[in-house]
Write a protein that binds this ligand. Structure first.
Ligand code: CA
Length: 233
């Protein structure tokens, strides 16, 4: 997940003209894109780049779209990535609906670009509200990504950029336990070589900033696992 910045869309489609159409329209709509022309490459990019959404063509050479979808949803970090399947009219629509492929939505070709974008936005809003610029509210905490502002109990909380990103991750999925490794990937990015203790330092700063006026600490340390926003406010 890219907690901050424009959502990253992985496009998997083997027909160059279709791919170009997808890329053009998603980028024009303000998304970042990466692309794969077959299922194997699609799986690889999904694992390595952690896109916010996958647009996946059903008809692909070698590994079919349906099989890619099953593998993405089978487990690991790719399971949380929402998938929109593209299918030809009449072709396999019923199967997609009926089979337990794990696809989150599907669009029938020839599709309307606006409809595809609308569905992509709807899925992203559900899975990555901060990436869509939406305000998050949890208990007495409010985080506004567009204004880069955090309120607790109506009072302004001053956070550095790293603490802000950390809180965004926590607030997108309250109650979920994040390992230090996951937080490093999401907040600092995989390319950075940073010690796990750095995560502890910034979580400590975030906690301190959030405990204004003696309010309780909303973050729970989970032994041998990591951290979680675990708090009813
Ligand atoms: Ca195709």
């Amino acid at each position: 997940m890219n907690a901050i910045g424009n959502p990253l869309i992985l496009l998997v489609e083997d027909e160059p003209a279709q791919m170009e159409l997808l890329r053009y329209n998603f980028e024009k709509a303000g998304f970042r894109t990466i692309s794969a022309s077959d299922g194997e490459e699609g799986m690889l990019l999904a694992r390595e780049e952690g896109p916010d959404l996958v647009v996946l063509d059903w008809m692909l050479p070698e590994l079919s779209g349906i099989e890619v979808c099953r593998q993405l949803k089978r487990g690991g970090e790719t399971r949380r990535i929402p998938v929109i399947m593209l299918t030809a009219r009449g072709e396999e629509t019923d199967k997609i609906r009926g089979l337990d492929t794990g696809a989150d939505d599907y669009v029938v070709k020839p599709y309307s670009v606006n409809e595809l974008l609308a569905r992509a936005r709807a899925l992203l809003r559900r899975t990555s509200p901060v990436g869509m610029g939406e305000t998050l509210i949890h208990g007495d905490l409010t985080l506004d990504p567009e204004q880069h502002k955090v309120l607790r109990n109506g009072k302004n909380v001053k956070l550095g950029p790293t603490e802000f990103r950390l809180l965004s991750v926590f607030m997108e999925r309250p109650g979920r336990v994040w390992s230090r490794e996951q937080l490093l990937d999401l907040v600092w990015g995989q390319e950075m070589e940073i010690d796990y203790r750095t995560v502890d330092v910034h979580v400590g700063r975030l906690r301190k900033a959030l405990r204004l006026d003696g309010l309780p600490d909303p973050i729970r340390t989970v032994r041998a696992a990591g951290y979680s926003l675990d708090y009813d406010g």
